[in-house]
Design a protein around this ligand. Structure first.
Ligand code: IVH
Length: 687
């Protein structure tokens, strides 16, 4: 009896391990869950209970062994069997052309026909930490950091907590030994979540995902690492025994894929310098949308035989090159802190910096967000600070380098009066932001901000009316309110402005005229009522159908609108209770601004009550176009997937939202499916 019991338990434990590892791989690596979370947890608990009752059943590749164990006193040193090298860097196109030439010349000596282009495997340069994973007979036996390249630290206990990394390779015939090399990193979203948790717990925040990944991996207590969502991408190899080395680098990565090891999909096989540069530009475009940070791309000669021919120079391979993006973070001196006044009077502290080249441009100003952020990050004038400028995002100060603080560094003091209009600056208890109390009547900064918002692309969309023009119009008192744009501007008044040729003046007038035909939602949004963003404006327009109804709605009626809570309702009431605002709206309508009235009440809205989430890139439609098509039929577009989501529309590179939809059983449509659904509902209505 006891033996049968034992045999059954052993078999059951083995089955559970296999199942759980399979589902874990589908979830973490393939991003395509195969069973609901609750079901996974049930199986996991069963295995845990079995192993507790029969400790001899615990195996190194059991998913229960990923949760972290007793803290270490220190990390052991590990000598790498094959040293872990670094890469040479290139920045400019010429560097890449020169690299390709060197490679070609190196190979021509060894039989590459002159003029023949070299084949490269191109991939991403992940911004994390290099790691060596040693598998023996398929089992993960050791993980080590790169260290100085010759010796690193043994971080096996921590690496076991990384779900991306298989504890056992997915193959019946594993090599005797294989050193799989790659990068451990933290996804941007996980980084944000982790920092939020650190903040709530009053702990130190990390400056960027790279530091967070490094800090997490170098924890002596692996239970802490287990709490941090780390990921892994394989990109190289050290030792290999008991299996044939693939012929090319791309084959190597494909092989890793079959072993259950995560490899990045953003890679290509290209030829010559042109191929390399075109990959670089393509990834540059994608970079802001990637869920993790990269600091460049890596080019590797694809044929391993050719790699061996080229060999190494000092500590870097001749066959590979990192093509780096301009750094997005840099250090510089904080010379002073000034404040800026936004359209709602919000006061933003702005850092004046010693000029620094970051993200491809020279930056002298960066936002510090608000007073609390300055305190929390303990940033003082005179500090050396870390500035970040990523893509087109406004540069920001991430933090300071405490060790470099001079003795006379000064704390920031929030001014008590508005630097523009002299009105008092007030900050209510429940708000993070201090505001100028002058309103747009007194404060020209607020007037400028409101006007710029009014004419912006997603509001009234007046082309050609930019910062500099608005600045002049306000400073010269030509325009005070949005209504003045329509009543006070003509060729004569515009001609008084600097750098305004007659042609541009005509264009501005034309654009203003064109903007008069708009939608109710755009008009409401353009008013710049606090807490009324684009989606709230759309809800209001849809719910009430006409402006008068919005204007006269009681707080209780406003609260009936989807997404509107007490804060927004009160803000709307307060806005329309102000006679100046009522007058502004009347003037704008008198100026001839029109939109299709009553639209929402008359037209059938077959998708009313249905919520859609858009994720990934659709082949033909932009996100805005897809959203508009859904909204026209009464549907709502939301940012996050929940049980209430009716459909997820997924395009290429859809990530966690798609996984969530599948987990919750929410129907998923592709672009074609969306078109079909819309066509169906339209027909249902007409028939
Ligand atoms: S290959 C012999 N490939 O960059 C070549 N490295 O400067 C060894 N890295 O320490 C490295 N992404 O941490 C390679 N796709 C990639 C990479 C990559 C990031 C890092 C790695 C290494 C450093 C080399």
């Amino acid at each position: 009896m006891a033996t049968t019991d034992k045999t059954e338990s052993t078999a059951r434990a083995a089955w559970l391990r296999k199942e759980l590892n399979r589902h874990g791989y589908a979830y973490h690596v393939l991003d395509a869950p195969t069973i609901p979370d609750a079901e996974y947890d049930k199986l996991f608990r069963e295995l845990q209970a079995l192993e507790e009752a029969h400790p001899e059943l615990v195996r190194d590749d059991s998913p229960t062994q990923r949760v972290g164990g007793a803290p270490l006193g220190q990390f052991e040193q590990v000598t790498h069997t094959v040293p872990m090298l670094s890469l040479g860097n290139g920045f400019e196109d010429e560097d890449i052309v020169a690299f390709d030439r060197r490679v070609r010349e190196g190979l021509e000596d060894k039989g590459l026909p002159p003029g023949e282009e070299v084949e490269y495997s191109t991939e991403l340069k992940f911004d994390g930490l290099a790691i060596n994973l040693r598998y023996e007979d398929g089992l993960l036996v050791q993980a080590a950091t790169r260290g100085d390249g010759a010796t690193g630290e043994n971080v096996t206990a921590n690496i076991r907590t990384v779900y991306d990394i298989p504890l056992r390779l997915h193959t019946e015939h594993p090599p005797k030994v294989v050193d799989i090399r790659g990068e451990v990193l933290m996804f941007k979203a996980d980084f944000a979540k982790m920092n939020a948790r650190q903040r709530d717990a009053g702990l130190k925040e990390f400056a960027n995902p790279r530091n967070a990944a490094a800090g997490s991996l170098r924890q002596l207590d692996s239970r802490v690492t287990a709490q941090r969502a780390l990921r892994f991408f394989a990109y190289g190899i050290g030792s290999l025994e008991g299996a044939a080395m693939p012929a090319t680098h791309s084959d190597l990565l494909d092989w890793y894929g079959t072993l259950g090891v995560n490899v990045c999909k953003e890679r290509a096989i290209v030829r010559g310098a042109d191929g390399l540069l075109s990959f670089f530009r393509q990834i540059g475009q994608k970079r802001p949308h990637l869920p993790y940070e990269i600091d460049g791309v890596v080019y590797k000669v694809n044929r391993l035989e050719q790699q061996a021919t080229l060999g190494f120079v000092s500590r870097a391979p001749r066959f590979a090159l990192a093509h780096k993006f301009p750094a997005e973070e840099a250090m510089t001196l904080l010379l002073g802190i000034e404040v800026q006044v936004g359209r709602t009077g919000a006061i933003t502290p702005v850092a004046r910096l010693a000029p620094v080249f970051v993200g491809g441009v020279t930056v002298t100003n960066a936002t510090l967000h608000n007073e609390d952020e300055v305190r929390r990050k303990d940033i003082r004038i005179g500090d050396t600070v870390i500035v970040r400028r990523a893509g087109d995002v406004i540069p920001e100060v991430l933090g300071c380098v405490a060790e470099m603080r001079p003795a006379d560094a000064a704390e920031f003091v929030m001014p008590t009066v508005c630097p523009i209009c002299g009105s008092a600056i007030v900050r209510t208890e429940d708000e993070a932001v201090a505001r100028c109390s002058g309103g747009w009547v007194k404060c020209s900064a607020q007037r400028k901000g409101s006007l710029l918002h009014f004419v912006s692309r997603r509001a009234m969309d007046v082309e050609g009316l930019g910062d500099q023009l608005v600045e002049q119009l306000v400073d010269k008192n030509v325009v005070t309110t949005a209504a003045d744009l329509y009543s006070k501007l003509d060729l004569t008044s515009l001609a008084t402005l600097d750098r305004m040729a007659e042609k541009s003046a005509q264009n501005v007038l034309k654009a203003l005229e064109k903007s008069k035909t708009t939608t109710l939602a755009r008009f409401i949004y353009a008013l710049g009522i606090r807490h009324v963003g684009e989606s709230t404006a759309k809800e209001l327009a849809r719910h009430f159908g006409n402006l008068d109804a919005v204007l006269h709605a009681s707080e209780a009626q406003l609260l009936e609108v989807a997404d509107i809570g007490p804060v927004v309702a009160q803000s709307l009431k307060a806005y329309f209770a102000d006679p100046l605002n009522v007058e502004l709206v009347a003037q704008l309508r008198a100026a001839g601004i029109v939109w299709p009235e009553q639209e929402s009440e008359n037209r059938p809205k077959p998708l009313l009550g249905k919520t859609f989430v858009l994720t990934g890139t659709l082949p033909n439609l932009t996100r805005d176009q897809a959203a508009q098509m859904i909204e026209e039929q009464g549907g709502k577009v939301s940012g996050s997937v929940s049980k209430k989501t009716s459909y997820v529309v997924a395009g290429e590179e859809a990530g966690s939202k798609l996984a969530k939809a599948e987990e919750l059983g929410v129907p998923v449509l592709d672009e074609h499916g969306l078109h079909r659904l819309l066509a169906d509902v339209r027909t249902d209505v007409t028939h």
